[in-house]
Design a protein around this ligand. Structure first.
Ligand SMILES: Nc1ncnc2c1ncn2[C@@H]1O[C@H](COP(=O)(O)OP(=O)(O)O)[C@@H](O)[C@H]1O
Ligand SMILES: N[C@@H](CCC(=O)OP(=O)(O)O)C(=O)O
Length: 394
């Protein structure tokens, strides 16, 4: 979120909001389960069609003659697989256990993408299904691959429809909610705008159903969130994170320099047209390297490497790779390629990185120089424990 605009007049603010939205060329739109399902569960075809119509509608941001919906490149991040799979499996509400959620997602994802394919076809558009796990956006080769696929789909004029790959994601590595996934996809494709659509029209100062709650029109920085009661999921019972994960997603995207509009699916056309509906989160100017951005926000560490003060100074102060000589202890049962936290002598995490060794190999290497290790064990042991290209400071 950007710096406070002081006492700027509301009209000036609204004009700026409209411009950031209407000039956005690449937009990631996220729709939650609660906006795609009927009160009795199951996919709500009417609402899904309305969303697709909104994405196909021409807005003030259109480039005349463009073949793309709204004159823009659109990536849709859609939840709803689990919700869509409930009725066909005879389940009356969202299951708590992972295996049943995954079975429901397996059934529901096919139905969901089938509905989208039919709805977009009415606008002459082709859709492409992209299912992602956390690993796909943290490991370098997978990340490049995910980026290339999304880029190619956009170049070919298709609408990528992204969801978490629920059927294979394990409890530990799961996003669980699609709000953060959408923010990270926005960073991945270098979007100009992220639109989060839910069943509520904006972020409110507290539960919208509570008397006295007010809509928050814009969030310029954390001070605008002070005192806001950011609650969990709404009454639909099919959403997951409530406002907590939406505000977190807004923090991630704005931290990457991407503005965010949070509003209801019913106001999608107005929001995409730059009208001052919903809540607008101002972006900060900083744009860190996208892949490392994912590492900080999308991963959970699988272990901890304890650094001596010299290693902390090298990694944090001089942005060097981490070598075995600077590590005093290792926790966790990770394998090479996993994310781990680098902690200082007080145990506080200072950086996160992708480790180049299995946990089991490291104790025999600690405190030793790379030349000593190479001489004793072979050239493979000359490698860094964490390469600086795979490190992000926390
Ligand atoms: N401060 C708040 N402002 C707006 N909505 C809130 C707030 N706190 C909690 N909520 C709830 O968050 C719900 C939206 O989240 P969720 O049910 O997870 O939807 P989705 O499926 O769209 O992700 C709203 O229905 C609302 O009841
Ligand atoms: N991947 C899951 C999304 C989880 C979920 O419910 O997310 P959301 O409705 O956005 O809070 C699904 O498709 O059901």
């Amino acid at each position: 979120m950007g710096t406070a605009a002081g006492g700027a007049a509301a009209t000036t603010q609204n004009r700026r909001v409209r411009e950031a939205v209407t000039t956005a060329r690449r937009v990631v739109v996220k729709i939650g389960s609660s906006s795609l399902t009927t009160a009795t569960g199951g996919l709500d075809d009417e609402r899904l069609d309305a969303l697709v119509d909104a994405l196909g509608a021409r807005t003030p941001g259109d480039l005349s003659g463009s073949e793309r919906p709204g004159g823009r490149e659109v990536v849709l991040v859609s939840s709803g697989a689990i919700a869509a799979g409930l009725a066909p499996l005879g389940l009356s509400r969202r299951p708590r256990d992972l295996a049943t959620q995954q079975a429901a997602a397996s059934v529901g994802q096919g139905l969901l993408i089938g509905r989208y394919a039919a709805a977009f076809a009415r606008h002459g558009r082709t859709v492409g299904q992209v299912l992602l796990t956390v690993d796909d956006v943290t490991r370098r080769a997978h990340y490049r691959n995910a980026y290339r696929t999304l880029r190619k789909l956009l170049d070919l004029g298709a609408v990528p429809i992204v969801n978490e790959n629920d059927t294979v994601a394990t409890e530990e590595i799961r996003f669980g909610d699609n709000d953060r996934l959408a923010a990270l996809v926005a960073a991945l494709v270098d979007a100009d705008l992220l639109v989060l659509l839910s069943d509520v029209d904006a972020l409110w100062t507290g539960d919208p159903a509570r008397p006295g709650s007010r809509r928050i029109a814009e969030v310029r920085d954390e001070t605008d969130l002070a005192g806001v009661d950011i609650g969990g999921s709404g009454r639909s019972g099919v959403g997951t994170g409530g406002m907590v994960t939406k505000v977190e997603a807004a923090r991630i995207a704005t931290g990457f320099g991407i503005p965010v509009v949070l509003t209801s699916a019913a106001q999608a056309v107005a929001a995409l047209g730059g009208e001052p509906v919903g809540t607008y989160f101002h972006p900060s100017p900083r744009r860190p390297a996208a892949r490392l951005f994912w590492l900080a926000h999308a991963t959970s560490p699988r272990g901890r490497l304890h650094l001596d003060p010299g290693a902390v100074a090298a990694v944090v102060g001089r942005r060097k790779s981490l070598l075995p000589a600077g590590i005093t202890a290792v926790d966790g049962a990770f394998t090479a390629g996993d994310p781990v936290d680098l902690v200082d002598t007080s145990g506080a995490p200072v950086a996160r990185g992708l480790v180049n060794y299995d946990a089991i190999e490291l104790p025999g290497l600690l405190g030793r120089s790379t030349s000593d290790l190479a001489a004793a064990l072979g050239p493979a042991y000359e490698r860094e424990v964490v390469h600086r290209d795979d490190l992000v400071l926390l």
